[in-house]
Write a protein that binds this ligand. Structure first.
Ligand code: ADP
Ligand code: AMP
Length: 223
């Protein structure tokens, strides 16, 4: 069932550490509001799998748990925002991860006569994040993340995909990603606040339906 999002909300930026549930909740919000979820991580993983030039460029950074350089991201953002799919809006998962990306994205959105309407920050403690990422399997076709399903088993969505363990969900890369988040992505939260964009915080701990409901409530301003 689709829920009408407050009409002025069209571009929603999801922030939060790795494992907070951005992919999981982003998919649910996208379905609920009838707009696509766009995740740069998914774009890169597909490119790596297909061995495209973008994939070759991104692979080494991703496997180490580091960020792909900002210069690569802006082109992907533009393509995503100008796609027909995103005409009515989009839920952007992990698309903005550094202050230069936030600046570049903001300029680009203004150039396209659009605006970021809401920034959601999913929050969970580090122990929970490490636990989730250590157990996560991901479909190598649709990129849906799962818990409690073994690698090598078919994707429950029957899309021909197989569940795999991401290389960056191994302990060393998890540590790097959490450090990268603290050092490079957390400052994006203050950047948005300083630029007049309130951050809507969502407690990301608890049953999936509860987290979704909290996200919808803060988006609709009823929280
Ligand atoms: P992110 O996109 O922020 O990295 P994911 O959506 O991939 O996070 O979620 C990370 C892992 O945690 C996945 O295996 C997912 O199934 C699981 N997960 C997501 N939300 C919750 C939750 N509320 N409680 C427990 N596990 C969750
Ligand atoms: P994710 O699927 O969101 O966990 O992203 C996986 C990896 O893709 C990250 O660890 C980065 O290497 C890369 N990535 C995804 N989005 C970005 C971004 N906006 N900026 C830089 N790197 C990114």
């Amino acid at each position: 069932m689709q829920t009408r999002l407050v009409s002025r909300i069209v571009i929603v930026v999801l922030l939060g550490p790795p494992g907070a549930g951005k992919g999981t909740q982003g998919e649910r919000l996208a379905q609920r509001f009838g707009i696509p979820k766009i995740a740069t991580g998914d774009v890169f993983r597909t490119a790596v799998k297909e061995g495209t030039p973008l994939g070759l460029q991104a692979k080494q950074y991703m496997e180490r748990g580091e960020l792909v350089p900002d210069s690569v991201i802006l082109g992907i953002m533009r393509e995503a925002l100008t796609s027909e799919d995103a005409a009515k809006g989009a839920i952007l998962d992990g698309v903005v991860r550094t202050v230069p990306q936030a600046e570049g994205f903001s300029t680009m959105v203004a150039d396209l006569c659009r605006k970021v309407d809401a920034v959601l920050l999913f929050e969970a403690d580090e122990e929970e994040l490490v636990r989730r990422l250590s157990e996560r399997t991901t479909c190598d076709v649709c990129q849906t993340p799962y818990t409690g399903r073994d690698p090598g088993t078919p994707c429950p969505k029957h899309d021909g995909g197989t569940l795999v363990r991401r290389k960056d969900d191994e302990p060393d890369a998890i540590r790097t990603r959490l450090k990268v988040y603290r050092e490079q992505t957390e400052p994006v939260v203050s950047w948005y606040e300083q630029h007049g964009m309130p951050i809507r915080r969502v407690d990301a701990i608890g049953p999936l339906d509860d987290v979704t409901q909290r996200a919808i409530s803060v988006l609709n301003g009823t929280h």
